[in-house]
Design a binder for this molecule. Structure first.
Ligand code: T1G
Ligand code: NAD
Length: 685
């Protein structure tokens, strides 16, 4: 088998070329290839060495597919130390994205240059890891402690221009990278070797480490890797490279063997798998999407419009009347002003995006758009009326999508003469922030419509997951047992805080009752009202929410729901009036309230998700269990370091989950707690 690494002398420059598609990952053959090439360069006539890659990017990291498998030599740190030890200048030439072990390769070179549009980064923290091949020791020596900490704990790649400012690279080559790098290497033959590990860490404020520890204990609550990264950088300021590298190695291996990294690596591949539709060829033709229409400028419509405008796609926002339109446009203005204030967007970028959003009350203005997304009230009859109207005004080939949370997409499609062009595109609130997009396939949705929307999702920086049609699709359907158990725990004896605190301690970004207040208690109430009474489920599980809704306590949007909200800070606080309502409704059901342990709250809510998730996989509503993990991590704030509900259940063990659900069945009844047959199979076979 030919090595993915080649070495050749070009004039007096030894050129190490890596060619391992798709992203030049540092697989064992690549490590071996670099190791051998360095040995060759050490003894040949070359006066400088250039490391460069073929394909679309410089090395994008260690080969993640090798993690968890028996490790194979040579070890990355040894390869990089050997490269750095060469006694002739070593240059790395970066294009695309030099990430993780890829950027560590460049850091072990003596000089670094990059193409103007290149990016560099150390994103290992997103895999529950740390830069384990010298990155925590070399990067602070070049960029300083603070910049290095930001780079590794945030995990966000930075553009070449910023890397140049930070001293992480030395030169940007605007011309052909290979030619420019070869010429530069030739100039450097007279320059000294410059080993990063021999440079001291620049002056820094020693309190910075505790500052980062404090910030990350909140921002990355529950995650171990960020804290280990801080320890490694602090060590780099205190001991020579070799000792620091040993600390880095030990912490890297501890994380690698841990459950958090296993969960986050699972999600890395699950997210990429989710973008693939089984049975749909990669080359399925796609429709072009250059102009979009949004119907309804409320909580969702405004955010959806911003997602497209932020991707440079012009949007026409339709509202029922001018008052509704001005309200919708002002929400968008406020959101852009907020992003500029928080430094997320430049003023210039915000006004360019805002300029791409036009408002109207005339459906006729949708005649030439390529895609329409409807986001009006959750009223099935209203939605059908609107789709019938869209069928009249929209051009042939336009894709017609609904953002409904629960409704039957097939019934909505049937209101048109072109059901093949209809599907669900289910965004999550706030739609300009949340990354998840459920792409809901109707029974008649055409393949090119699906393929178009799966890749469009990437264009607007969303993570797409395919879902079949059922009540609530994947995410909201699983939310039923989750919310059911949350509200049953409340009426049986827990307070809203106790339930939310237990779930936030488990790692959820936000507890279920606070989520209900954010999304709007009225949305669930209207959805229940649209159902016949006997299809609403156990009344004890929604009675309190119905009472709050009928009192106009819709949550954050009305200043009170399960909690009260400060109009200025939006901070939530508990409300004795809600406790009185709960006690009154419990008494009305004859419920004797009791102390509910935190682990019972967590198991009832999480295993409620898991059991319903199993059914969703059985029915083919989700293509695979890992898709459900992507939905819950990107759409519902499930802790990334637990890998999603289905991965979590696998980590706990199907047997234990099954046993606990059987216990709940015996305590709370089979209607709520009959184990899914897939779970029973996994647990018993
Ligand atoms: N290892 C193995 N496969 C990888 C890979 C990697 N590092 N990166 C990408 N792939 C696969 C991916 O699964 C997909 O496969 C295909 O390449 C295209 O990827 C010691 C320990 C580079 C920005 O975290 O962020 O180094 O689905 O669809 O959108 O310190 O991939 O086609 O079969 O994502 O253009 C650190 C991970 C590793 C970077 C390209 N590196 N990759 O994005 O394409 S840990 C990372 C990315 C490490 C050292 C440590 C992105 C990308 P398939 P894609 P893309
Ligand atoms: P909302 O009440 O905030 O906004 C609905 C908007 O639609 C209002 O501004 C209203 O004026 C407008 N509208 C009503 N009839 C119209 C018509 N005939 N033509 C044009 N505009 C019209 O509601 P929302 O929370 O944005 O929800 C909208 C849809 O998105 C619903 O189907 C909901 O289920 C779904 N959804 C909501 C959330 C959420 O968290 N709120 C999340 C995902 C999906």
């Amino acid at each position: 088998m030919t090595s993915p690494v080649s070495y050749a002398l070009e004039g007096n420059i030894g050129v190490i070329t890596v060619d391992n598609p798709p992203v030049n990952a540092l697989s064992q053959p690549v490590r071996q290839g670099i190791w051998d090439a360095v040995a060759e360069a050490a003894s040949d006539a070359s006066e400088a060495v250039l490391v460069i890659c073929e394909g679309r990017t410089f090395i994008a990291g260690a080969d993640i597919t090798e993690f968890g498998k028996p490790p194979a030599e040579p070890w990355l740190p040894d390869v990089f130390n050997r490269l750095e030890a060469l006694d002739k200048p070593v240059v790395a030439a970066i294009h695309g994205t030099a990430l993780g072990g890829g950027f560590e390769t460049a850091l072990s070179a003596h000089y670094r240059c990059a193409a103007p549009d290149a990016k560099v980064g150390l994103p290992e923290v997103h895999l529950g890891l740390l830069p384990g091949a010298g990155g925590t020791q070399r990067s602070p020596r070049l960029a300083g402690v603070e910049a290095a900490l930001e780079l590794m704990t945030g995990g966000k790649p930075i553009p070449a221009s910023r890397a140049l400012e930070l001293g992480l690279i030395d030169k940007i080559i605007d011309t052909d990278l290979r030619e420019g790098a070869l010429a530069w290497a030739a100039e450097l033959t007279a320059a000294p070797v410059r080993r990063t590990t021999e440079q001291p860490v620049p002056e820094h404020d020693a309190t910075i480490f505790d500052t980062f520890r404090g910030v990350l204990s909140k921002r990355a609550r529950g995650q171990i890797a960020p804290q280990h990264i801080i320890d490694c950088v602090e060590t780099a300021t205190k001991v020579p490279f070799a000792e620091g590298e040993a600390v880095e190695r030990a912490k890297f291996l501890e994380l690698m063997r841990g459950s958090q990294s296993a969960a986050m690596r699972h999600l890395f591949f699950a997210e990429r798998q989710a973008a693939k539709i089984d049975g749909l060829p990669k080359d399925t033709p796609q429709r072009s999407i250059d102009r979009v229409g949004i119907i309804g400028g409320g909580t969702m419509g405004g955010g959806i419009a911003m997602s497209f405008a932020n991707a440079g796609i012009p949007v026409t926002l339709i509202e029922v009347d001018n008052e509704g339109l001005q309200r919708g446009l002002s929400i968008i203005e406020r959101n852009y002003a907020g992003s500029v204030k928080r430094g997320k967007l430049s003023d210039d970028k915000a006004s360019k995006c805002r300029a791409l959003i036009a408002g109207s009350t005339d459906y006729g203005d949708l005649a030439s758009v390529d895609l329409v997304i409807e986001a009006v009230f959750e009223d099935p009859e209203l939605k059908k009326k609107i789709f019938a109207r869209l069928d009249d005004v929209c051009k042939p080939g336009a894709i017609l999508a609904t953002n409904t949370s629960y409704q039957d997409v097939n019934a909505i499609a049937a209101a048109t003469g072109r059901p093949q062009d209809v599907l669900g595109l289910h965004f999550f609130s706030p739609a300009n922030i949340m990354k998840l997009l459920e792409v809901v396939r109707g029974e008649k949705t055409a393949d090119d419509v699906l393929a178009t929307c799966m890749s469009l999702a990437k264009r607007i920086r969303k993570v797409p997951v395919l879902a079949g049609v059922c009540y609530g699709f994947i995410g909201n359907r699983m939310l039923q047992p989750y919310f059911r158990e949350a509200q049953l725990c409340v009426i049986e004896g827990a307070t809203p805080e106790q339930v939310d605190n237990a779930m936030e301690a488990f790692g959820m970004a936000m507890g279920p009752l606070r989520v209900a207040d954010l999304a709007g208690i009225d949305v669930g109430y209207k959805a229940r009202q649209a159902l016949p009474e006997d299809e609403r489920g156990d009344p004890r599980a929604y009675r309190v929410a119905d009472v709050l809704a009928e009192m106009g306590r819709f949550g954050q949007k009305t200043g009170s729901g399960f909690y009260r909200y400060d109009p200025e800070t939006r901070r939530h606080s508990s409300d004795t009036e809600v406790i009185e309502i709960i006690e009154r409704e419990a008494a009305a059901f004859g419920i004797e309230r009791r102390e509910i342990p935190g682990d019972e709250i967590v198991d009832r809510l999480v295993y409620g998700l898991v059991n319903e998730g199993m059914r969703i996989v059985e029915e083919g509503i989700a293509q695979r269990a890992s898709d459900i993990d992507v939905v819950y991590v990107y759409g519902y704030g499930f802790p990334v370091w637990r890998g999603g509900p289905m991965h979590y259940a696998e980590a706990v063990g199907a047997g234990r989950v099954y046993e606990r659900i059987c216990e709940f069945r015996d305590r709370f009844g089979a209607e709520a707690w009959t184990p899914a047959s897939l779970l029973e199979t996994l647990a018993t076979e």
